[in-house]
Design a protein around this ligand. Sequence first.
Ligand code: NAD
Length: 333
Amino acid sequence: MKELNVAVVGLGLQGERHARGFFKMPLVNLAAVCDLNEARGKKLAGELSAKYYSDFSQMLEQEKLDAVDISLPDNMHLEAIRKAVACGKHILVEKPMASTLEDAQAVYELVKDYDKVFTIGHLLRFDPRYSGAHTSVQSGAVGVPVSFYARRNSPIAGPLHYRGFTDLSMHVMVHDIDALEWILGQRITKVFAKKKDEVLREYGMTDCILATCTTEGGAIGCIEACWILPTTLPGSIDDKLEIIGTKGVIYTDSCDSGITIVNGSRADAPDSRHWPDINGEVSGDLYEELTDFVNCIIRGVPSVVTPADGLSTLKVVDAVKRSIASGKEEPVV
Ligand SMILES: NC(=O)c1ccc[n+]([C@@H]2O[C@H](COP(=O)([O-])OP(=O)(O)OC[C@H]3O[C@@H](n4cnc5c(N)ncnc54)[C@H](O)[C@@H]3O)[C@@H](O)[C@H]2O)c1
């Protein structure tokens, strides 16, 4: 069996994890990595025996790649996808698919009939808890969905890292929007959202958003996102999911990561789901997501996360923003 030649562009917090994940994978050759930051790129390239590039176009021209992983900042996704499509590469782009609805529509037009794998890093598709909720709802185990609650709250380190590049609805809420539409098997059609900014106002950013949503099947629910929690929070995310159906209820709660380490200064609950370090290697949902991308390429099948799903999340984000601005319920269009 031939090895797949893969490259990662954008080697920040997330791209480095992706590169390490591909490096660990059998039948995958992490051929090259690319980042504007030469010191960061060269260091990782050296560690992972990959070629370093500072320019994405040059990497696409000079390397014989099968696939590219785009882990650039949200607002650079469209341009990078355009270049990768022009070169006929299989593509995994980190979520969100694009940073505006307009860009998402442009990406959708580019890849809706693409004959290569195109997928988006919606990590919760590979989280056993969210996938369990999906299976239960889809099998009818809890009857017809009536209401839902999804929460994703995290420490303030996130918005301080992303200052100026992204916002709460696009960066954080997209996770739950995509997960809910997948679990329920229904698109969100209406949104009434409110926001609050106190702590992050000086950076023009939002502290917290609550969005009441209605789905095409008539279920109602709330998505909560907040990223101003203290950095001393034990664990990096406080997330919950609850689905109430006509015949039952599903609860997930990941505040308890299954491990708590207490020492003199604090209690810590290290990640055991998304990208835990197991014997020095990236594991967890992220590794499942990367493996799924590679499997889709090898088997010649589309990914479970489609361009239409990516576009839909951005449509809901757009409705969240319009509703915050208008103070009214807004349709998802
Ligand atoms: N799935 C998840 O849970 C999750 C978590 C974090 C981030 N993300 C997503 O991953 C993506 C990257 O986020 P991050 O946290 O790694 O951001 P980051 O700011 O830490 O890293 C971005 C990297 O891109 C590099 N870069 C910028 N412009 C470039 C260019 N023109 N060419 C090459 N490199 C360039 C920067 O030097 C930096 O190293 C974003 O889309 C983000 O939303 C997803």
